[in-house]
Design a protein around this ligand. Structure first.
Ligand code: 13P
Length: 272
């Protein structure tokens, strides 16, 4: 088990990286780590993650009681504690506002697409979680329904959230998520996102063991590739034969159509 000082140092280092890479502005974001079965370390509220010192971190118990005298934990402390209770395998949590990932979250676009091998292996699908007011239960309650099968989340009109086996693992998932969001954005500008066909996705999921990635749900996006939320099989929900609806190369058009539909709806809504 890591010492409290080691853990504080890891959070400080990751906070600096998060800030330096522009994943947060000003005092945004929060990071935590499970210390043991009764305590969690979390960043203080209203402090820049780029300039923290180990002694700034706040120790809390799982009921949210502050154990570090005179310190105020992140306003999202209850979200962090709730995730630790629900996912015993999770030992660290990162919340940030990286530009491309948050851009997708603001545009209402999820990243639940099987596109890049590394993302499929490490993250699976990345759901778009409904908006809730930051710092309240409304904020983290919608996350809970996705929590069992996902390690990375887009938070609508807010930012991104990643969870992992340790501080670096949770942070690296944030990097992977943002990198994917950036690549997706560029692919959309260049004509569309091409998703991988089912066989390739299944091979990548099988390869998780080779990379030491714990296999949770089959795809982490849905119970099985071809499920209703799986964009590889868009349009397949009307039939039980998902293979018949497999559209690996046509999916670019599907994405573009969907994007146009969303933009049209948003413009019409704005015009009243
Ligand atoms: P805290 O400074 O309270 O952690 O809040 C930052 C944030 O990003 C809230 O979502």
């Amino acid at each position: 088990m890591k010492s409290i000082y080691q853990l504080k140092k890891e959070i400080v280092d990751v906070g600096r990286r998060t800030y330096e890479r522009g994943y947060v502005a000003s005092n945004d974001g929060n990071i935590s780590a499970r210390l043991d079965e009764s305590k969690v370390l979390i960043t203080p509220t209203g402090v820049s993650k780029g300039f923290m010192r180990p002694e700034d971190l706040v120790l809390v118990d799982y009921d949210g009681n502050v154990l570090s005298q005179g310190k105020r934990p992140s306003s999202e402390v209850f979200m962090h504690l709730c995730i630790y209770k629900e996912r015993p395998d999770v030992n660290s949590i990162c919340h940030a506002h990286p530009v491309y990932a948050t851009g997708h979250a603001v545009a209402g676009l999820s990243l639940e697409k099987c596109v890049l091998p590394e993302v499929i292996i490490v993250l699976g699908g990345i759901p778009l979680v409904e908006y809730g007011e930051p710092g309240t239960e409304e904020f983290f309650k919608p996350v809970l329904k996705y929590l069992k099968d996902h390690d990375a989340f887009l938070l609508q009109n807010h930012g991104a959230l990643t969870i992992g086996s340790d501080v670096l693992n949770a942070y690296h998932k944030m990097e992977t998520l943002e990198h994917f969001a950036r690549i997706s954005y560029i692919a959309q500008q260049l004509g569309g996102v091409h998703v991988l066909p089912r066989d390739d996705v299944e091979q990548l999921i099988d390869a998780r063991a080779r990379y030491g990635v714990p296999a949770t749900a089959v795809c982490q996006t849905c119970d099985s590739p071809g499920g209703e939320s799986c964009e590889i099989y868009q349009g397949a929900s009307a039939t039980t034969n998902h293979n018949a609806n497999l559209k690996p190369s046509g999916s670019t058009d599907i994405d573009r159509e969907r994007l146009v539909k969303m933009v049209t709806e948003a413009v019409l809504k704005k015009l009243g």
